[in-house]
Write a protein that binds this ligand. Structure first.
Ligand code: FA5
Length: 337
């Protein structure tokens, strides 16, 4: 793209640094608050709107490249410096040891702990259910009868005994309503399984966090407030949101919550497919038939439920652009929004 530095020359510049001092200059030049990339981002406002989103995405990609190149070269130079000290034949036993990569919690674990903390603070409890489900809990009780085409949507795996590696955590809604008396407030995080082709945003085994609240006089307003508060907590700032009508047989009305794309700040980029929004959390008001299938009188009780695709939430929070990176053991966090 015109006027932007070449990725190769940024990488080359990092590699050309022969000591940590030079590397710090590289960091300040490219990644510092007054650095080149911040300058380019600031200049986006003056760019022709038709070109702005592509240019913004290209600059963000350069920032990731500079960050990755800096981290990789830093690790190399630290090893070189340590080796040089050893080769020189002396060790300063009073010197602080160089940082070792000791490993850290996986981003899914980190964010899950935050989400659990958020909801327990609101009086929700954490519920769990089996990963291998029966058809009743995964489908029938959720108002998805045997011959209903909606079953196809969930790309179900079946075992030889016709058990189901659950396709969503909505099965835990049913278990929660069967075993508790209202008012009920639960979230249920867990792994789900779908017979899907794996790509940058789809996996065959991924995580969802289901939420369920059953009480008297529950409205869409309660759901909206709950989800917006959650997004603000997770992303650390208030983002634009919007609700769109959606169909899920176990809720009526059904909704999808879209959140302003954090990759381009709503301008439009390849990740949000130009819309400025990312589809993040489906939900709705629990369908009266679902309440009834769990023995609750729909005239007395209402509820809301949502089922967030947790991996995609983690990707958005940490700027990870490919779901496979969450599972392939080569995870490197790019940036935290
Ligand atoms: C469901 O699974 C519903 N049970 C959610 C729900 C709960 C709706 C309660 C209403 C009330 P859906 O199939 O859209 O809906 O999946 C929910 C989320 O999981 C999606 O928005 C998406 O973020 C994520 N998701 C779906 N398929 C995949 C996949 N293959 N890989 C990664 N994430 C996925």
């Amino acid at each position: 793209m015109t006027g932007l530095p070449e990725a190769a020359s940024i990488r080359g510049e990092a590699l050309a640094c022969t000591d940590l001092l030079a590397l710090e200059e590289f960091r300040l030049r490219w990644l510092g608050k007054k650095g080149e990339i911040t300058g380019l981002l600031k200049g986006l406002g003056a760019v022709d709107p038709a070109e702005r989103s592509a240019r913004g995405a290209a600059i963000n990609a350069l920032r990731d490249i500079a960050q990755t190149a800096w981290e990789a070269r830093k690790a190399e130079l630290e090893v070189i410096a340590e080796q040089a000290a050893l080769d020189a034949g002396w060790i300063d036993v009073t010197a602080p040891s160089s940082a070792r990569a000791a490993g850290r919690l996986h981003p899914i674990t980190v964010l899950l702990e935050e989400v659990i903390d958020h909801f327990t603070g609101l009086g929700f409890e954490v519920a769990s259910g089996p990963e291998i489900e029966d058809e009743f809990h995964n489908f029938d009780a959720l108002n998805i009868p045997k011959d209903h085409p909606a079953r196809d949507v969930w790309d179900t795996f079946y075992t030889d005994r016709r058990e189901i590696p659950r396709t969503h955590t909505s099965s835990v809604q049913i278990r929660a309503m069967q075993t508790r008396k209202p008012p009920i407030r639960v979230i249920s995080p867990g792994r789900v399984f779908r017979n899907e082709t794996i790509d940058a945003t789809h996996h065959a085994s991924f995580n969802q966090v289901e939420g369920l609240l059953v009480d008297r006089h529950v409205t869409v307003g309660h759901l909206k407030h709950t989800l917006e508060t959650l997004v603000t907590r997770i992303m650390g700032r208030k983002l634009e949101t919007r609700f769109r009508p959606a169909f899920y047989p176990f809720v009526e009305p059904g909704l999808d919550l879209d959140v302003q794309c954090v990759f381009c700040n709503g301008v439009g980029c390849s990740i949000c497919k130009g819309s400025g929004y990312i589809e993040l959390i489906p939900g709705g008001l629990v369908h009266p038939k679902v309440l009834a299938s769990c023995g609750l009188d729909p005239d007395e009780w209402q509820g809301f439920a949502f089922g967030m695709g947790f991996d995609r939430m983690v990707m958005m929070r940490y700027g990870i652009d490919d779901i496979r990176r969450l599972y392939d053991g080569r995870l490197q966090l790019v940036r935290q929004f």
